[in-house]
Design a binder for this molecule. Structure first.
Ligand SMILES: C[S@@+](CC[C@H](N)C(=O)[O-])C[C@H]1O[C@@H](n2cnc3c(N)ncnc32)[C@H](O)[C@@H]1O
Length: 329
């Protein structure tokens, strides 16, 4: 079977699935370990028998709507390669924005803004108004705590994060916590999930990506966190139970319900989170949450109930929807 024949066969099999062409290219790339330009340039390339069998097997799984990342077994997230399987949510690009937001806030706090330029990808330091935000937030917290830590590693231009404690609640594959830990190698990052299978996978992902500054804990929300954190981030289940059946077939039939179902109005888990979080965040710390597009105002109310003096910011995604909440203590 040639590349051209493989794609024609896949095209027929995947009719009725979402993005059939994209799926076929993605799976083929990962069967022959070549990139898309190779596929386009060499339609007559002959797959080995083994590659052909694997491709057919994968396409038949995709025909049953199994997401391509579960089939291939991995996804790229914020520069990391993460193993994924049916026990964890497939990390979404929107969540990369949350990671970027946290790192860009920390970059702004650097006493050496000129070094911030290379601290992570895609950020134009000019565009984030570092001057105004410099010495706010976390830095205030450093003064309050009387501790001194360096957001910059003393050895290079990467952010170091020494002295910082971060916690990723509902870590799943480890996407958020591991991305932060990689960029802040001197910080201590807790990655917590109620699912033992998710924690096991997140641990594997830390090994694959050579990340050593993460403490993994299985448990309910912030229960396992035994010290206060400077930054708490959470992407917890927020979909109202009655809306689950309206999700795309691929999601509702293959991604774990434990990662999606937020109860009657979608906010059951965030309600519990807010009860617990008051005793787990350092004064002057920050909380970053990913939420559903219509939940901003309700989450703001929940936040102000427990932190009446906090600055609560709703932030938008690329589509202009309120998808993130930032609480500055
Ligand atoms: C929406 S997924 C997010 C996964 C990952 N953080 C990401 O962004 O890709 C929510 C995660 O929260 C976990 N979870 C659900 N209820 C929880 C609870 N009560 N305590 C801790 N984790 C919980 C689920 O197992 C799931 O891994």
């Amino acid at each position: 079977m040639t590349i051209k024949q493989a794609l024609l066969w896949a095209d027929r099999k995947l009719r009725g699935t979402e993005d059939p062409k994209k799926s076929a290219y993605f799976l083929l790339k990962n069967v022959i370990f070549e990139d898309e330009s190779f596929i386009l340039a060499y339609p007559e390339f002959l797959l080995s028998k083994r590659q052909e069998l694997k491709f057919r097997r994968w396409i038949l799984k995709r025909q049953k709507h199994l997401p391509v990342w579960y089939i291939a077994g991995f996804i790229d997230f914020y520069g990391l390669t993460l193993k994924v399987n049916k026990n964890v949510l497939i990390p979404r690009p929107e969540t990369e924005v949350l990671v970027e937001m946290i790192l860009s806030d920390l970059c702004c706090l650097s006493p050496y803004p000129e070094l911030s330029k290379n601290c992570h990808s895609g950020l134009d330091p000019e565009s984030i108004d570092c001057e105004k935000r410099l010495y706010k937030g976390i830095l205030k917290q450093v003064q309050n705590d009387g501790i001194s830590y360096f957001l910059h590693s003393r050895t290079g231009s990467e952010l170091g994060g020494a002295g910082l404690v971060l916690a990723d609640i509902g870590t799943g594959s480890g996407a958020i916590g591991l991305s932060l830990a990689k960029k802040l190698p001197e910080a201590k990052v807790y990655a917590i999930d109620i699912s033992a299978k998710a924690i096991n996978l997140a641990k594997k992902n830390s090994k694959i990506n050579n990340i050593q500054n993460v403490v993994f804990k299985k448990g309910n929300l912030l229960d396992p966190l035994k010290e206060k954190a400077n930054i708490i981030v959470a992407n917890l289940p927020y979909i109202p139970t009655n809306d689950l059946n309206g999700l795309a077939f691929d999601i509702i039939h293959h991604e774990p319900r434990l990662a999606l179902d937020g109860g009657k109005d979608g906010l059951d888990i965030y309600r519990q989170f807010f009860i617990q979080v008051t005793s787990k965040i350092k004064s002057g710390g920050k909380i970053y949450l990913e939420i559903g597009e219509n939940q901003g105002e309700k989450i703001r109310d929940l936040a102000l109930d427990v932190f009446p003096n906090a600055n609560v910011l709703l932030k938008k995604d690329w589509a202009g929807l309120d998808r993130y909440v930032v609480l500055e203590m």
